[in-house]
Design a protein around this ligand. Structure first.
Ligand SMILES: [Zn+2]
Length: 437
């Protein structure tokens, strides 16, 4: 509810989005057809909250600005003020003062951000019109009317369309997702918000793994703005299928990603406690276990990763130890309660907040990959212990949260629709087919 809304998407993004859309509708005509009715107009909500603009908002697009010789487009630079801009264009400052005196426009004129575009037209130094984008979805329009000025706020709402894509992994999750037209944000959502508790994206991804995603795209005047929420997703990892669907109850009490049966995707422990996107060649098995064989009775999992790769707390807990620990080098041990501890070794450095006794949340950065202690190359050594006994974190059954029973009927109807649409992406030859076009 302020003026800090994001600037419009860059032209490059718009171009590549058009390509995505084209691919989507070529490869998935069924989906393209089914999304037409889902087109949603979202009302603008970025108007200044101190003034009621209802009466001023028009639904129609503005009249095209006169592009004659007296039309000037100004891109706001750092520390610019409207006074300076008026002076540089040769406009009467008294006009600006008169406009500022009107409460419904003052804030929209005074708050400028670098990169804002202000379009001015004038005749002999007299302001004829001023247009200024307030947010992604709202434009201020000032136009000369009689002796004064008419002030309007024009809505240009975002449209939401729904896209289905499927991809097969040839070399990496990112490459496959991008070939299929997904943004990095959508790809990251799959790993960090949906499947990161079931799939170890650092070690377990294989060539031939497949994934399908149903997600929103935001458009404005048919132009791509950004990817929106992932609504449903499927990931086939080494032959095992994982599926998830987004659910938000009408009363807003429940929201998140759930299995088709209504169990939460989040669990108490992440499968891989580090940012896998920094790991380049995930398919070379020799890279994955640089020390196995060398260290006897190896009790942990090794993640080969470049020095400096962020290491995350695998679960909520309290830091029991952070410091130098023999062959582990710089190490952190987290106590998660109920006898469970995790250990992270060979760090190059600690995160500042990783101090003994401090509470940490799952996913919080505790330190960075390094090669301190008994280590031959940069990697994370990770251990998971229950009552001091080493366990393989991937084989420990972890309970999932469940949707409260009173929301199950609502969940099922939402989930069925989303999963049916996701289903339409399967049976295609995925990214290969898309990429060949
Ligand atoms: Zn190790």
């Amino acid at each position: 509810m302020d003026f800090r809304a994001a600037l419009p998407a860059a032209k490059g993004a718009a171009t590549s989005a058009r390509r995505h859309l084209l691919l989507a509708s070529t490869a998935f005509p069924l989906i393209a057809a089914s999304v037409a009715y889902l087109l949603v107009r979202t009302p603008a909500t970025d108007a200044p909250n101190s003034i009621d603009l209802t009466a001023l908002v028009q639904q129609q697009a503005p009249e095209p600005v006169d592009e004659g010789p007296d039309s000037v487009e100004v891109t706001v630079q750092r520390d610019d003020t409207l006074d300076q801009i008026f002076r540089s264009v040769g406009l009467d400052i008294a006009t600006l003062s008169a406009l500022r005196a009107r409460p419904e426009v003052r804030k929209a004129l005074d708050v400028l951000r670098p990169g804002d575009i202000i379009t001015l037209t004038h005749a002999d130094g007299v302001l004829q019109s001023l247009n200024r984008q307030i947010s992604n979805t709202l434009t201020l329009s000032v136009a000369r009317a009689g002796d004064g000025y008419a002030i309007n706020y024009i809505e240009n709402p975002l449209e939401t369309t729904i896209i289905g894509q499927r991809a097969r992994i040839e070399s990496s999750l990112f490459e496959a997702g991008q070939k299929a037209g997904m943004s990095s944000r959508t790809i990251m959502t799959l790993a960090n918000q949906i499947f990161g508790w079931d799939i170890d994206f650092a070690l377990d991804i294989r060539k031939g793994d497949e994934f399908g995603v149903l997600y929103e795209q935001k458009l404005q005047d048919g132009r791509y703005v950004s990817d929106g929420r992932v609504l449903a997703a499927e990931f086939v990892n080494q032959g095992k299928t994982h599926r998830a669907v987004w659910f938000e109850s009408k009363d807003g009490e429940v929201q998140g990603y759930f299995t088709p049966e209504g169990k939460g995707m989040r669990k108490a422990f992440l499968r891989a406690p580090l940012d896998f996107t920094r790991i380049s060649s995930v398919f070379n098995p020799r890279r994955l276990h640089p020390l196995s064989g060398r260290v006897r009775a190896h009790k942990g999992v090794d993640y080969a990763a470049p020095t400096g790769t962020p290491i995350w707390a695998a679960g909520d807990g309290r830091i029991e130890f952070a410091g130098r620990k023999g062959g582990y080098g710089n190490a952190v041990i987290i106590d998660h309660g109920r006898g469970i501890t995790t250990l992270y070794g060979h760090m190059s450095r600690f995160n500042k907040s990783a101090r003994t006794g401090r509470k940490v949340n799952q996913g919080e950065i505790i330190g960075y990959v390094g090669t301190t202690g008994a280590s031959t190359g940069p990697h994370l050594h990770y251990e998971y212990r229950i009552n001091g006994q080493h366990k393989n974190p991937s084989t420990i059954p972890l309970p999932r949260t469940e949707i409260p029973s009173q929301y199950l009927a609502e969940f099922r109807s939402q989930a069925e629709t989303a999963l049916a649409k996701l289903e339409l992406t399967s049976g295609t030859s995925g990214s290969e087919r898309l990429a060949s076009r």
